[in-house]
Design a protein around this ligand. Sequence first.
Ligand SMILES: N[C@@H](CCC[C@H](N)C(=O)O)C(=O)O
Length: 286
Amino acid sequence: MKIPFTKMHGIGNNYIYIDAITHEFDASTFNQLAIDVSNVNTGIGSDGLIVIHPSDVADVGMRIFNKDGSEGQSCGNGLRCTAKYVYENHLVSSSVFRIETKAGIVTVEVYGERECIEQVTVDLGTPLLNRSQIPMHGPDDNRVIAEEFQVASQTLQVTALFLGNPNAVFFVDEIEGAPLHEVGAIVTEDPRFPDRVNVGFVEILSRNEMNYRVWERGSGITEACGTGASAAVVAAILNGYIERGIDVTVHLSGGDLCIKWADDDHVWMTGPAETTIQGVFHWKRS
Ligand SMILES: N[C@@H](CCC[C@H](N)C(=O)O)C(=O)O
């Protein structure tokens, strides 16, 4: 089967994009297709698959499938790339438009020439802070802020919230020593998070700057996670490290994002989107 695709990335978080507005695909194959395109040896190599599809409730729709074939609810870097793709390909007319995701409808704004969008702002909406909304098991339905959290033999402090996807955030003294493998790989599968979780590590650099690294649910370590970095800014504000309502620069392995938790409760993320390859994947279904 021949699958036309575009490979795009947002600060290194790379996905294979298929356009289900222009082409027809069998939606029941998306989980397996994500596994197969992500394989660097027998596929294309990516952090997963993003399907751009028609929407009845917004201008376009987007679905995100991780490397292991599981479906996430949203994707911050993927939303910026989807916005670039649909605007450059004249699938929307205005530079401000709405994208449907499994986590709700988000508004995006693209900046640049019609054929060459470079930066995109995404209104990721309102973070969900109560335990049951993350979801996370526990004794009550309060917010999870610097809560003691046992991982193997260590006692850590976790701040958890839902912003597009479930996120657990740990603050560390130095990002280079962040235990991505030792803690990230374990916590993402921890039964206290019934839907699994994205695991982020944050080093606070100043009142408006932080380093962030991530172990993504379903994909492992990636160069960047837009919803995760946005959740990390909210977590830093909840812990009193950063003030609300200001632009925060988040340094990720693949580049920087500008993120603000505004006074109206919405979280705004701005960053680049890039196209790297267009082609046809010759898919031998496994
Ligand atoms: N990389 C993404 C998030 C992708 C989904 C995530 N792994 C999940 O399943 O929750 C981003 O940029 O937000």
